[in-house]
Design a protein around this ligand. Structure first.
Ligand SMILES: Cc1cc2nc3c(=O)[nH]c(=O)nc-3n(C[C@H](O)[C@H](O)[C@H](O)COP(=O)(O)OP(=O)(O)OC[C@H]3O[C@@H](n4cnc5c(N)ncnc54)[C@H](O)[C@@H]3O)c2cc1C
Length: 483
């Protein structure tokens, strides 16, 4: 391959949700783009996360058998075959490079034995599950969410360690199919970062389906037994199980990428630090100003873009290859903001715009957070705990879904919505809801927060009858009165 073929305007490192969107959009905009992927093109979401998890949850709601649910899950997950995802990127003009990518210097990356050069680099390497350090854990039959979403086993007794959204969703799936599920969570309530009612209602729903919730405790020791494992808890309790599913944490994949060669500080416990344009911050690169500067050059206007040059960028970085380095960008889980593919896709669009020379800053005020259980949990913007932490004075108003006509029609008595206004500014800044498909009928609140829609306009919006969406009307009117 010639040197010219080895140079691309943009190299995208990692071909998950984020990398696919960025590389495809930039190729369509006329850039030469190479995407480096060492596993399945498409990343986590389609094969090991969102798609198989949602498929299994859907199967539980449809009352399908385990065998059917597994077959359906595998089909939804493309039978773990990334060929068509790679083909779609190639069709869009992206050069897909298979292999592990490692930055070899400013403006250069090695994939296998070949070095490729680039003007812009976008790091989209995602995140990976981590296992806590617990005596005996590594000798035990342990799953992370990756294994739980590809295996066909239905453990008779399952301990789920960590009640994050994935832990709650998988606990519900396995309990629905007959596993005796115990959830161990070190916090005293589920979803501790959200409004207390959300975790309490979800906990109630999980308990009603027979899940044993142990809150405020942790695993202290695990021992193999003749029939499985024996788990000792920090409160002195003991459990016997066949399998342990650990969902206590994920860590951004930022080690061994060679990022240090670009002057990027690598701290595996945190994501890559990016500025609002998703440009990676460098600490001390050769030839760049020290400490907290954006990595690389001003984004250059490209053909077809309505260029509006960024003015806050850093200085030049020599590549040692005769090229001039552009910027280093990052999006998705690697930035430590997720895990969330809709947030990843949002950051991806921000990167695309900035690489094309049209300045765009990410606005994180209205990014939804969802647990796709039954009932589902939706939250957006500030929650009471996060507002407390940031000193925002919230005014809250709520409504029980049981009081809606829709709940009467569907004989559904659980669920609640709460809306949070900033008492000082008089606009909505957060919301939480628990109820059937809450993520579907709460989107207007995300828009209201993002657009800072006046409450007087929101109270004038008409909702179809009978819908769960009507549930926001009463708290909106209450907020107007109390403000
Ligand atoms: C069980 C589970 C359920 C979830 N459900 C939801 C949900 O319902 N809703 C939601 O919002 N979010 C959900 N998420 C989170 C979501 O899956 C992630 O946020 C999303 O996949 C992140 O996309 P990404 O592009 O940042 O990373 P990834 O999709 O992980 O892609 C990164 C890619 O980079 C590749 N790579 C890494 N290093 C290199 C290298 N050196 N060279 C070459 N390639 C490399 C990897 O192989 C991978 O393909 C869930 C997560 C889990 C675990």
């Amino acid at each position: 391959m010639s040197v010219a073929q080895n140079h691309h305007d943009v190299v995208v490192l990692g071909g998950g949700t984020t990398g696919r969107l960025i590389s495809t959009e930039l190729a369509r905009a006329g850039c030469t783009v190479a995407l480096v992927e060492n596993a399945l093109a498409g990343g986590e979401s389609p094969y090991f996360a969102c798609m198989p998890a949602k498929s299994l949850l859907h199967s539980t709601r449809r009352g399908e058998t385990w065998e059917l649910a597994i077959a359906r899950r595998d089909e939804v997950a493309g039978n773990l075959d990334g060929t068509s995802a790679a083909a779609r990127m190639a069709e869009a003009g992206v050069t897909v490079l298979r292999g592990l990518g490692r930055i070899s210097g400013p403006g250069a990356i090695r994939v296998g034995t070949v070095t490729y050069t680039f003007t812009d680099l976008v790091v989209c390497t995602g995140s990976e599950p981590t296992l806590p350090s617990i005596d005996g854990l590594l000798d035990a039959p342990v799953w992370t969410s990756d294994e739980a979403l590809v295996c066909a086993d239905l453990p008779r007794r399952l301990v789920v360690f960590g009640a994050d959204p994935a832990g709650c969703e998988l606990a519900q799936v396995y309990a629905s199919y007959g596993s005796q599920v115990t959830v161990i969570e070190s916090a005293r309530r589920l979803l501790g970062a959200e409004a207390p009612f959300a975790g309490d209602m979800l906990g109630g729903a999980l308990r009603r389906m027979g899940i044993d919730l142990r809150l405020g405790v942790t695993l202290s020791q695990i021992r193999r037994t003749e029939f499985g494992v024996r788990v000792a808890l920090s409160d002195g309790g003991v459990l016997d199980a066949d399998r342990i599913l650990v969902t206590t944490g994920r860590r951004p994949r930022i080690t061994d990428l060679g990022l240090e060669l670009l002057g990027v500080a690598v701290d595996p416990s945190r994501g890559l630090s990016v500025d609002p344009t998703c440009r990676v911050l460098v600490t001390d690169p050769p030839g760049l100003p020290a400490s907290g500067s954006p990595a690389g050059l001003v984004p250059r206007p490209r053909a077809g873009s309505t260029a509006q040059a960024d003015t806050d960028a850093g200085a030049h970085a020599g590549t040692g290859t005769g090229q001039v380095a552009g910027s280093v960008w990052a999006a998705g889980d690697v930035t430590g903001t997720g895990p969330s593919p809709h947030l990843a896709r949002y950051q991806a669009r921000v990167v695309v715009s900035n690489v094309l020379g049209v300045r765009r800053e990410a606005d994180y005020r209205a990014i939804p957070r969802v647990v796709h259980t039954t009932p589902s949990v939706y939250a957006v913007g500030f929650s009471p705990p996060s507002a407390d932490a940031e000193g925002v004075d919230l005014l809250a108003a709520g409504y029980d879904l049981a009081s809606t006509a829709r709940a009467a029609v569907e004989d559904d008595d659980g669920g609640r919505v709460e809306l949070y206004a900033d008492r000082v500014r008089g606009v909505l800044v957060g919301a939480a809801a628990v109820g059937p498909y809450a993520e579907e009928w709460m989107s207007e609140i995300a828009l209201a927060i993002r657009a800072e829609t006046p409450l007087s306009v929101l109270t004038d919006v008409v909702h179809a009858f009978p819908t769960y969406g009507e549930a926001i009307e009463v708290p909106l009117r209450e907020l107007v009165e109390r403000l």
